[in-house]
Design a protein around this ligand. Structure first.
Ligand SMILES: NC(=O)c1ccc[n+]([C@@H]2O[C@H](COP(=O)([O-])OP(=O)(O)OC[C@H]3O[C@@H](n4cnc5c(N)ncnc54)[C@H](OP(=O)(O)O)[C@@H]3O)[C@@H](O)[C@H]2O)c1
Length: 299
């Protein structure tokens, strides 16, 4: 199935939905065959963008993907790899760290990119994101290393994650390359970006908004928000669809072009991800769900 795609570099386009591998190490089956099956199931639906981070799976998730890519000739050429760097947690190869912290130094970013390339058995990262804003970031140093990585071809495009507008501006002002994406938490359980300026800034800057935990990590559907569940259930029934797909369609309906990053490990759910693309929401539908999520009418 053909989907709209977002061009983020001359040679890289991001698919309308992305598939995230934060939870992949928690799947009892991390075999190359199973990971290949997950990726193929995404590809069959036009979902070609895979979201990773150095730190996922205690610095092991990239290798789980790499093992699958190594045994599936040509698969790497059919996907875009997004990965992140900058969080140092005292696990895996950073077990010696005394505290979880952020490192956006040139040395750390370069070492992290080399480790990511090795782990994923690839020669390039399609989109590299700085995972979290770092209070100790030297913007000139971080900006320069991101420019250099892009110039080297090891990284095709660069962006950020969990950055506020002023964090983006600080780094962007110290770079030649554009920051093409900001991956932030957006869902019916994380509404702030619609009003706090995050999405407005992203749109104005011409960046791609990527939404992490679009189902709030599953909590959205777990029953803790009865009014929201009731609204989702009623509208899903009326439209002949599932609540999860409707919650994702609600993000897709926003004019910023939000790319939800889906995290399910369940094969049947992966196979149904693009159901969200089929659902049409008119503005009243959108506000019914927004209002239910807010807990009150808009003024
Ligand atoms: N940039 C950042 O700081 C950041 C932070 C967090 C996440 N992320 C990215 O965002 C991706 C998605 O995050 P997420 O996993 O929290 O996303 P999510 O899609 O909101 O949640 C997925 C979780 O919800 C569960 N779930 C329950 N009911 C479901 C249903 N009907 N349909 C689908 N899933 C259901 C899944 O369980 P099953 O697996 O059992 O189906 C899974 O544990 C991550 O993989 C990562 O790539 C980025």
């Amino acid at each position: 199935m053909d989907m709209d795609r977002f061009q983020i570099a001359d040679d890289v386009a991001i698919s309308r939905l992305a598939y995230g591998m934060w939870r992949i190490a928690a799947d009892p089956d991390t075999s190359p065959a199973h990971v290949q099956a997950k990726v193929e199931t995404c590809l069959a639906q036009g979902i070609t963008t895979i979201d990773q981070a150095d730190i996922y799976g205690q610095y092991g998730a990239e290798e789980i993907l790499g093992n699958a890519l190594a045994t599936a000739p040509g698969l790497r050429e059919r996907i875009e790899i997004v990965t992140k760097c900058g969080i140092v947690a005292p696990v895996g190869r950073h077990a010696g760290a005394r505290v979880t912290h952020y490192d956006t130094s040139a040395a750390h970013i370069l070492a992290s990119v080399e480790a990511s390339l090795r782990a994923m058995r690839t020669d390039r990262i399609d989109l590299l994101l700085i995972h979290r804003p770092n209070p100790l970031m030297d913007p000139a140093e971080t900006g320069r290393v991101l420019d250099d990585l892009r110039a080297s071809g090891k990284v095709r495009a660069v962006g950020v994650s969990n950055f506020r507008p002023f964090d983006v501006e600080l780094l962007a002002d110290n770079m030649h390359s554009p920051l093409v994406a900001n991956q932030i938490e957006i869902s019916l359980a994380a509404l702030e970006p619609f009003t706090n300026g995050d999405l407005a800034f992203i749109q104005r800057a011409g960046m791609l908004p990527m939404a992490w935990s679009p189902l709030a990590g599953g909590a959205l559907l777990a029953g803790g928000r009865p009014a929201l569940i009731d609204a989702l259930r009623a509208m899903a029934e009326a439209k002949g669809t599932e609540m999860a797909a409707l919650a994702v369609a609600w993000l897709l309906a926003h004019p910023a072009g939000i790319v939800p990053v889906m995290g399910t490990n369940t094969m049947e759910r992966i196979a149904a991800l693009n159901e969200a693309l089929r659902i049409q929401l008119d503005p009243e539908d959108w506000f019914i769900l927004y209002t239910a999520a807010l807990g009150h009418d808009v003024p």
